[in-house]
Design a protein around this ligand. Sequence first.
Ligand code: ATP
Ligand code: MG
Length: 447
Amino acid sequence: MSNKLQPVRGTHDILPGEEFQQFHTVITRARELATLYGFQEMSVPIFEATEVFARSMGETSDVVSKEMFTFQTRGEDDITLRPEFTAGIARAFISNGMQQHLPLKLFSTGPLFRYERPQKGRQRQFHQVNFEWLGDGSVEADVETIMLASHLLHSLSDKVKCKLLINTLGDPQSRAHYREALVNYLTPYARDLSEDSQRRLVINPLRILDSKSEQDQRIIADAPKITDSLSEEEKSRFDSVCSVLDSKDKKIPIFYEVIRTPALVRGLDYYTGTVFEFVSESGDLGTQNTVLAGGRYDGLIEQMGGKSTPAIGFAAGVERLKLMMEGNWSYAPDLKIFILNVDEAVSTSALLTFASALRWMLKAELDEVRSKTVASVEILRQKNFKKGLDKANQQKATHVLIFAPDELEKGQVLLKDMTGPQYNLDARFIQYDNTWAQFLQLLQIKA
Ligand code: ATP
Ligand code: MG
């Protein structure tokens, strides 16, 4: 064993700078859209009693049967690190008596844990932004949820290419019908199926439909479709959802091609009715190209011991969204200001007083205009003027204030805009006073 400490397999540090900025941008956009669509943020524990996940997601699902991080505490409680949000939120909904506040729209974000084979876009600790809408079983809720998902992807970049796959799983009865039809069809081919799918044929035959094996896919191509097992009511409900999403007049902003996909089953037992996935065609995601996935789960709350409550939700993987965005990022530049002190004659107290005044002023001004702009102010000590500017430039400064005793006496400071191509030109003296008016104007915070 190497004596250098390494992160545990499948875990990653999110390093400061661009990497964290991207991570943060995904979560910030999701949070803004959550507010826009009337979702409230809530947080649930990172671990729960194992049965919270095992019972809800289904014992035979991939997640429960092989991907959970489960352990016993010193008190011998059986605990699992959360592999998803939905089950924990359903548990919280019941244990906090949130029934009386329905309908509820809930947003959450944070780390999740699955014991998987690590690959690009597949980690053992990853992050999601998660949306759940409880207490509304309408077609409108399905469409609005998908609009929100689509809006989220589009808000990250209008350049990424995605497809929206959509299907319906019907109610448990239709699903049982379908399961039977599928098993009847597949049984004669049992020996030709992949090893995984032979096992699934007994314990979870629907799961065979999203097998990645080519051999399995050939067999599945002619399998009966779930649509044939749906009641008329379910069919027409699903048609309503699809026809609004797909409407040619494009009044509803779904930015991506909508593809009805009868083989889309999703991996978990609790799904009922509409299910969907956004599959990215941008970035280098390989088979990890599902960036966002969700569906309706009308039976879950009741099954977990609450009152029957219709619900729909989705989650997007933050790391996958980051991969999808590769090369397509556009950030509003934050203000990054350095106060460059090139003269030892400047007293520490003058420098700190100036920095402090600048920070308090900027904070108040930005709050007042409710600007999303983030400003930072740092002191840079460097005797050599040119080196000082280079250093600020390396750190992606937007502005440098050059601080020297002579100017200081005149109430002046030299400002350099570092955002142009030739940052060492066009410096100008600005007068600073109690109003900072000229300064704010130059930073484009105030007219
Ligand atoms: P996959 O088929 O890729 O395993 P899944 O169906 O298991 O996905 P969900 O449980 O629906 O995934 O989770 C929703 C989203 O969370 C996925 O679309 C993906 O973006 C992300 N995600 C799931 N598992 C991981 C993981 N191990 N690492 C990174 N992101 C993940
Ligand atoms: Mg998975």
